[in-house]
Write a protein that binds this ligand. Structure first.
Ligand code: FE2
Ligand code: FE2
Length: 306
């Protein structure tokens, strides 16, 4: 048995427990109940979208575009998740359930965007085809890397959906994004607590995996057309940026919840990785503060010229 298989076997009862918790705290919901269908109309044969169809700040449009394409692509992570965690026992049940839930997120956001015409439906569909066809999926080296990446990613996605929803002026849009964000929170809790259990079984391996994943972290939207442009707009709007990544993910989860600074008995290699990780978190925090200060300056300057 490989060390990864042994770890997965040891953590399987925890995964089963966390899956039960997930299912018992999830209330069934339906995309069609959240979508404001009365706003919808047929699209004329010569329809060409214009931003006037749904006045919205460019940054918010960017966020909706990225958030939806991310959700469109997530079910295709299934292959990797099944390969890394295995398709049997609680691991397989979890992976299939998670995939079904991510699919529902794409359904509700797309239906909402289609009826409200918030995004050019032609551009969106072309981008979905491109995104899913390119098959860009994270490939974590080990199960521990997988847990660490997905814990960070689910929380990042939750924050991003929720902050996007807060910037939408209509209540229906806010409710759609809030509902999706609450699912992401449960996904995050599953992986966070799985990693907490892994830290007990293999603290050195887990710390090294967290260090690798924080160092190489990318939002799951990587691979989306013009992702960099949209990511900048999203940061400008304060929906997701370095400051949020530091203050709402790295500090509360990595430092506080997983308590990596207080772990004892690490191998010298893991100890080194921990030191590098703590230093990196500090640097990300500094970059976040610099970025926020600069953004405030630009905003003040823009307001002064109005
Ligand atoms: Fe999702
Ligand atoms: Fe999720």
């Amino acid at each position: 048995m490989s060390s990864s298989d042994a770890l997965l076997a040891e953590l399987e009862p925890t995964a089963a427990q966390l899956l039960d918790r997930h299912l018992s705290t999830t209330k069934e919901w339906f995309p069609h109940e959240l979508v404001p269908w009365s706003m919808g109309q047929d699209f004329a044969a010569d329809y060409a979208w214009s931003p006037d169809d749904a006045p919205l700040a460019d940054e918010v449009r960017s966020a909706l575009f990225v958030n939806l394409l991310t959700e469109d692509n997530l079910p295709y992570y299934f292959r990797t998740i099944e390969r890394v965690f295995g398709g049997d026992t609680a691991w397989g049940t979890w992976a299939r359930r998670w995939t079904a839930e991510e699919g529902r997120h794409a359904i509700v956001i797309r239906d909402y965007l289609t009826v409200t015409r918030a995004i050019d439906p032609v551009e969106l569909e072309r981008a979905r085809m491109a995104q899913v066809s390119c098959g860009e999926v994270p490939e974590p080296e080990t199960p521990l890397d997988g847990f660490a990446y997905v814990a960070l990613q689910e929380l990042a996605t939750r924050i991003s959906h929720h902050n996007t929803g807060k910037l939408l002026e209509d209540k229906a849009g806010y409710e759609v994004m809030k509902k999706v964000a609450s699912d992401e929170n449960r996904h995050y809790l599953f992986y966070r607590d799985l990693l907490t259990a892994a830290l007990e079984v293999d603290p050195s391996g887990a710390v090294m995996a967290i260090e690798r994943q924080v160092r190489t972290f990318e939002m799951p939207g990587t691979g989306i057309m013009d992702f960099e442009v949209h990511a900048k707009a999203i940061a400008k709007a304060g929906i997701y940026d370095f400051g949020i990544h530091h203050d709402q993910i790295l500090v509360p989860v990595v430092l506080r919840h997983w308590g990596i600074e207080a772990l004892e008995g690490l191998t010298p290699e893991a100890d080194q990785a921990r030191a590098a990780l703590v230093k990196r978190i500090g640097r990300i925090g500094k970059a976040g503060r610099r970025f926020a200060a600069r953004r405030d300056e630009i905003r003040d300057a823009e307001l002064a010229t109005v």
